[in-house]
Design a protein around this ligand. Structure first.
Ligand code: BGC
Length: 756
C-alpha cells in the first residue's frame, strides 16, 4: 500500500499479477457448474497459485491471504513457499490479546479495518479467524487463538467474521477442527470423545458458522478420531453442512490434502495451494470410473463458483485506506487488551513527574506478534520507551537489563535511585510460533534474575509482560508490586502500554486463559503433545478453568481476572425467562474515583447433575462503561440452548431439567452475586433393549409404564414404599432387564416388555 501525507492510501499491487475484470453483478447458478467440462471442474477444486484460485465461468480468480490480525498479502502471488515479502499492512493485536478485551464490538471494528485493507489490495478472502481452543498452554499457536473457553472464542470469532464480511470480503474460519497442537500437526490424530468435541472444540466453530455465515471454512491438517479433517465426511458434510447449515466453501489448510478424491467425497471444495495437477487428474479418473459420484463434484463446483462470484467484486484492488486511522484503532484495541493483573501499593497509574527506570530490551524492541503465516509486515510500530518518555515530565533512565553485554548492576543502580522501576519481561520470538510447541512456560532465566535484583532494591516495581502463550507468573506476582499483561499487542503496543501505565486509559482487559501456578497443573498436562502421532484428549470437557476449578487447583491468576484503576460492585441480580431465553440483569456500580470499563461475566452451574460438569461455565458476558460514582444495569441474555450438554447416547444436545445457579463475577473465581433459574429439561428418549437397565426402561415413554405394570404383578408387596423401599428401588435400578430372568422373571414377560 502507498499512502500520501494525509495518511490516505491508494492501493498498488506492487508486483501482484493483474486480474481480469470483475464480473459485476454475476452470481453462480446451480447449472453453471455442471455445464463445465469434467477436467475444468476437477481443476477448479485446486488453486492456480499459492494464493489464488483459478478463473472460471467468466469470474476472475479469487485471492486468499493470511490473516488473522492483519494482512500478509505477498507481493509475489505465485511464489511457491508462502513466506516471501509481504505488503505493509496494519498489525492489529493478535487474537490472544484481542480476546482480553472481551469486546465483540471492538473486534468487529478491527476486522472491518482489515476488510478495507484487503479490498484495497484485491484480496477476496482473509484467512481467519482462528477459533481453536487453547487446550494446553504449550501450543505454539495459542497467540493466534482467542481463549480456552468456547463461548468467548466463538463470540469474538463471530464478530471478526461480521467485521471483515461487512466490507464485502470473505472470512475463512480455521482450523477446523481439534487442531490444538503444532507437534506433527500434518499427521497427528486428535482422539476426542464426542462430548468434549461438541461442547468444547466444535462449539466455537458452530457459533461462528451459524451466527455469522463465513464465506469459507478452512479444514485443519490433523486427523480427528482417525480420519483426516480434509477427508472427514462426518465433520465437513454431516456436521458442518447438515447440522449447521453451512452453505459456503470448505478450503483446505495449505498442504492438508493427501487424497483429493477422498477429500471431495467428504465435502472439501478447494485444495490449496494446489500445486499438484495430478490430483486434478485423480478426480477426473474417479468420476470416469464411477468411484466419485459426479453430483458430488457438481455440488462442490457450484460452491466454488459461488465463492468466485462473491469475491469477483474484490478482484480489482481499490478503495481508500486510512492507515493513520487504522493505527489509532490498533492502539485503541491494544490498550483495551492490556490486562492489569496486580497493583499493590497503588503503584499504578504512574505520576507524570515520577522518576522512572525502564529496564529490559523489550522496551525498545517490543514483541508484538508471533511467528509463521500470520506475521504481518507492520506499517508502523510504537516503541514503549518512546511512548513512556512522551508521557512524562521527569527523567527516564533506560537500561537493557538482560541480553548480550547488559550489566545487571546498571539496572540495579537505575532502579534504586528511581521512584518506580518498570521492567519489561517476555518470551523470545521463537516461543510463539506456528509449527512448534513449547516444552515449558517459563520466562527466560536471565530476565527473572533482573527482576529479582531490581525488586531487591526497589519495592515500587512494575513488571510489563509480552507473550503470546501463557507464561508462569508465580514468581513475578510475588516480586513485583504491579503486573501489567501486554500479551502481544500489535503495532500499537508501545502507546497502549504507556497509556495504561500513566492512566490515560483505565485498564479493562480480562484474562481469556488461566495462568496456572505450574505447567504440571494444566488439565492436559499428561496428554500433550501425545505420542506416536496420537493425542488423547484425556481431560475431556475439563479444559482450562473448567479443569482447574473442578480439581480446586490453586492458580496464579484465574480465567476472567483483570483489575482496573477503579472498583466495581454488583447488586440486585435478577433473572427471568423471555420465551426460551434466560435474561440476567445486574446493577454494576463504579465505586472508585475514575471512570472505568467493566467486563461482567456470567457463569452457570448445575448441582447434582446427572453428568460430570465443571463447577461453573461461562454462559454470557458484556462490557459496560461506567463513570465514577455511576451505576449501570448490565443485561445478559442466554438462549436456553446454551445450557445444553452433548448427550452421546442420543447424539444430541440435551438441557437437563432443574435448578441452575447463575453467578455474576469478576473472574471464574471471584463470584460476587448469584441467583437461581429453573429450566424445564429435555427428555432424551433412549432406545430400550434387553441390555438396558431398569432405570433406563422406566424412563422410556412406552416401555416404562409396561414395566411398572409388570412390577406390580411380580414385586413383593411393599417394595417401593417408604425409605426401605426407596433403597430397594435404587438398588435394583441398575439391573439390566435381561438379568431379571435370574430373579425368576418369565422370559416371555421380557419379550412382551420389549415388543415394538
Ligand atoms: C496455516 C494457516 C494459513 C496457511 C496459509 C498454514 O500453514 O496453518 O493458518 O492460513 O498456512 O498461509
Amino acid at each position: 500500500m502507498k499512502f500520501d501525507a494525509d495518511g490516505e492510501s491508494v492501493a498498488v499491487r506492487s508486483g501482484m499479477s493483474r486480474l481480469s475484470s470483475p464480473a459485476a453483478g454475476r452470481s453462480a447458478t446451480d447449472g453453471a457448474g455442471s455445464a463445465l467440462p469434467l477436467a475444468v471442474k476437477a481443476g477448479l477444486g485446486s488453486g492456480e497459485s499459492f494464493w489464488q484460485t483459478k478463473t472460471a465461468a467468466g469470474f476472475p480468480a479469487a485471492t486468499l491471504t493470511d490473516g488473522p490480525h492483519g494482512l500478509r498479502a505477498q507481493t509475489d502471488l505465485a511464489e511457491g513457499v508462502g513466506f516471501a515479502e509481504s505488503v505493509q499492512a496494519t498489525c492489529f493485536p493478535p487474537a490472544a490479546a484481542l480476546a482480553q478485551t472481551w469486546d465483540a464490538t471492538l473486534v468487529e471494528r478491527v476486522a472491518a479495518a482489515i476488510g478495507d485493507e484487503a479490498r484495497a489490495l484485491g484480496v477476496g478472502v482473509v484467512l481467519g479467524p482462528g477459533v481453536n481452543i487453547k487446550r494446553d498452554p504449550r501450543c505454539g499457536r495459542n497467540f493466534e487463538y482467542y481463549s480456552e473457553d468456547p463461548l468467548l472464542s466463538g463470540t469474538l470469532g463471530s464478530a471478526w467474521v461480521r467485521g471483515v464480511q461487512s466490507r464485502g470480503v470473505g472470512a475463512s474460519v480455521k482450523h477446523f477442527a481439534a487442531n490444538n497442537a503444532e507437534t506433527d500437526r500434518m499427521r497427528s490424530d486428535s482422539l476426542v470423545e464426542p462430548r468434549a468435541l461438541r461442547e468444547i472444540y466444535l462449539r466455537s466453530f458452530e457459533r461462528v458458522v451459524t451466527e455469522s455465515r463465513p464465506w469459507t471454512v478452512m479444514c485443519s491438517y490433523n486427523k480427528i478420531n482417525g480420519v483426516y479433517a480434509s477427508e472427514n465426511r462426518w465433520l465437513l458434510s454431516d456436521v458442518l453442512r447438515g447440522e449447521w447449515g453451512f452453505a459456503g466453501a470448505v478450503v483446505s489448510d495449505w498442504g492438508a490434502v493427501a487424497d483429493r478424491v477422498a477429500a471431495v467425497r467428504a465435502g472439501l471444495d478447494l485444495t490449496m495451494p494446489g500445486g499438484d495437477p495430478t490430483q486434478d487428474d485423480d478426480v477426473v479418473a474417479a468420476v470416469e470410473s464411477g468411484v466419485l459420484d459426479p453430483a458430488v463434484l457438481d455440488d462442490s463446483v457450484g460452491r466454488i463458483l459461488d465463492l468466485l462470484a462473491r469475491a469477483a467484486d474484490t478482484a480489482e484492488p481499490g478503495g481508500p485506506v486510512n492507515l493513520d486511522a487504522h493505527h489509532m484503532l490498533a492502539r485503541e484495541a491494544a490498550s483495551r487488551a492490556v490486562t492489569l493483573l496486580k497493583n499493590d501499593l497503588a503503584v499504578l497509574p504512574l505520576r507524570r513527574d515520577a522518576r522512572l527506570a525502564v529496564i529490559g530490551t523489550l522496551a525498545v524492541q517490543p514483541r508484538y506478534q508471533g511467528g509463521g503465516s500470520s506475521r504481518v509486515n507492520a506499517a508502523r510500530l510504537d516503541i514503549p520507551l518512546d511512548e513512556i518518555r512522551a508521557r512524562t515530565t521527569a527523567e527516564v533512565v533506560y537500561t537493557p537489563g538482560y541480553g548480550d553485554d547488559s550489566p545487571l548492576d546498571e539496572a540495579v543502580v537505575a532502579a534504586a535511585v528511581a521512584d518506580v522501576a518498570v521492567v519489561f519481561l517476555g518470551l523470545p520470538d521463537g516461543d510463539d510460533a506456528e509449527g512448534a510447541d513449547r516444552t515449558h512456560i517459563d520466562l527466560p532465566a536471565d530476565q527473572l534474575d533482573v527482576l529479582r535484583a531490581v525488586t531487591a532494591v526497589q519495592s515500587r516495581t512494575v513488571a510489563v509482560l509480552s507473550h503470546g502463550g501463557v507464561v508462569r507468573l508465580e514468581e513475578v506476582d510475588r516480586l513485583a508490586a504491579a503486573v501489567v499483561d501486554g500479551a502481544l499487542l500489535g503495532q500499537g503496543a508501545g502507546a497502549a502500554i504507556a497509556d495504561v501505565l500513566f492512566g490515560v486509559v483505565n485498564p479493562s482487559g480480562r484474562l481469556a486463559e488461566t495462568v496456572p501456578l505450574r505447567l504440571a497443573d494444566a488439565p492436559s498436562f499428561l496428554n500433550f503433545p501425545g505420542e506416536h502421532g496420537r493425542v488423547l484428549y484425556g481431560e475431556g470437557i475439563f479444559v482450562g478453568y473448567r479443569g482447574y476449578d473442578a480439581r480446586a487447583v490453586e492458580v496464579t491468576y484465574p480465567f476472567g481476572h483483570g483489575l482496573s484503576y477503579t472498583t466495581f460492585s454488583y447488586d440486585d441480580v435478577q433473572v427471568h425467562l423471555d420465551g426460551d431465553t434466560v435474561v440476567v440483569e445486574v446493577e454494576v456500580s463504579n465505586t472508585g474515583a475514575r471512570d472505568g470499563r467493566d467486563v461482567v461475566q456470567l457463569y452457570a452451574a448445575k448441582h447434582g447433575s446427572v453428568i460430570a460438569r465443571a463447577p461453573r461455565e461461562l454462559r454470557g458476558f458484556t462490557v459496560v462503561d461506567i463513570p465514577s460514582g455511576g451505576t449501570r444495569r448490565a443485561v445478559i441474555r442466554v438462549p436456553r440452548r446454551e445450557f445444553a450438554y452433548w448427550d452421546d447416547r442420543v447424539d444430541n444436545w440435551v438441557v437437563e431439567g432443574g435448578a441452575y445457579t447463575l453467578s455474576v463475577g469478576a473472574s471464574s473465581r471471584d463470584i460476587r452475586v448469584t441467583t437461581i433459574i429453573r429450566l424445564d429439561g429435555d427428555l432424551p428418549v433412549l432406545g430400550v433393549t434387553a441390555a438396558s437397565t431398569i432405570a433406563e426402561a422406566l424412563a422410556h415413554p412406552v416401555v416404562g409404564p409396561r414395566l411398572v405394570t409388570m412390577f406390580q404383578q411380580y414385586a413383593p408387596a411393599g417394595v417401593g414404599d417408604g425409605p426401605a423401599g426407596t433403597d430397594a428401588l435404587r438398588m435394583i435400578a441398575s439391573i439390566p432387564l435381561n438379568r431379571l430372568r435370574l430373579f425368576g422373571l418369565d422370559p416371555d414377560a421380557l419379550d412382551d416388555l420389549l415388543r415394538p
